[in-house]
Design a protein around this ligand. Structure first.
Ligand SMILES: [Ca+2]
Ligand SMILES: [Ca+2]
Ligand SMILES: [Ca+2]
Length: 293
């Protein structure tokens, strides 16, 4: 854990040195600086390649399954970050990440903080499942944690759901606020398991209100060795698979603060170093002679 922090710190320091003192970090730098357990950028160009964990622990690389569409336009594309996203077909696509085992970094117990963060572009039939651990079989109930969406008046509501340790009740939190389909939005949930009042949720960097509509959030969570899935759940069929894009999924073993989440979101509109380089080149008249790596 300590070495992970040191590596993250070195990466962040390197990024900061590229930017100069006091510069706002770009999205990816801001995420890495907060030391996620895993960060799937979903920018692969071939879906037989692993969905790489950008934090380096290859045991948490994912597997694109049933034709998940790599190379879809990414959430960060407007500011020089050309990293792509994965598209999901609302039928059977998902990315599977194997839980390394009992007591792994993907397991959370009572009193443990968690943050789940992702960008989504919902199609017209998105289903409810975005990212989560467990409940991958058609009749499974063992959902350790998940970001989901629920139908709103015109858009979608943000949800967080988990199963209790006794495996006899779901806990489901739903936002009052909706976000629109057919456009990218940044979603984040932080929570300390077992304390319902600790749940904090964010759409596009802004804290939003909501309530527990099933249970209270006061139970301990179930822990298993089931997979973490991006894009689907409950057997992975129509109605349980995301339709649209998912990008830049991160999971943390702490409840990030509102300032952390806002820094990530605002980082998305900071030009990436490559774009800044091109801009600087353009200013001195060399842009037309430079090729991007
Ligand atoms: Ca990406
Ligand atoms: Ca498919
Ligand atoms: Ca486990």
């Amino acid at each position: 854990m300590e070495s992970k922090k040191i590596v993250s710190c070195l990466v962040a320091t390197f990024a900061a040195s590229l930017w100069g003192a006091n510069a706002q970090a770009g999205y990816t730098e801001a995420v890495i600086n907060d030391s996620p357990i895993a960060y799937w950028r979903l920018g692969e160009s071939v879906n037989t390649d692993p969905a790489v964990n950008a934090m380096g622990n290859a045991a948490l690389n994912g597997v694109y399954t049933n034709g998940a569409a790599v190379g879809s336009g990414g959430a960060l594309g407007g500011f020089g970050d050309s990293d792509t996203a994965a598209g999901f077909d609302a039928n059977d696509d998902f990315v599977a990440v194997t839980d390394p085992g009992t007591g792994s970094v993907l397991d959370f117990g009572n009193g443990d903080g968690i943050t789940l963060e992702t960008w989504v572009l919902a199609g017209n039939i998105p289903s409810g499942h975005v990212v989560g651990k467990g409940r991958v079989g058609a009749s499974d109930t063992d959902l350790s944690y998940a970001i989901r969406t629920g139908s709103g008046t015109t858009g979608l509501k943000l949800e967080f759901m988990y199963r209790n340790a006794a495996d006899n009740a779901f806990h489901l939190w739903r936002s009052d606020t909706e976000f629109t389909k057919l456009a990218y939005h940044h979603l984040a949930i932080s929570f300390t398991f077992g304390t319902g009042s600790s749940l904090a949720a964010y759409i596009d960097g802004a804290a939003i209100t909501g309530s527990w509509v099933l249970g209270s959030g006061n139970d301990a969570p179930i822990q298993t060795n089931a997979n973490f899935w991006i894009g689907s759940a409950v057997g992975g069929g129509f109605g349980t698979t995301w339709g649209g894009r998912i990008d830049e999924v991160a999971i943390y073993d702490e409840a990030l603060t509102p300032t952390d989440i806002l820094n990530h979101y605002t980082g998305a509109s900071v030009p990436e170093p490559a774009a800044l380089g091109l801009l600087a080149c353009g200013l001195i008249g060399c842009a037309s002679r430079r090729r991007r790596a």
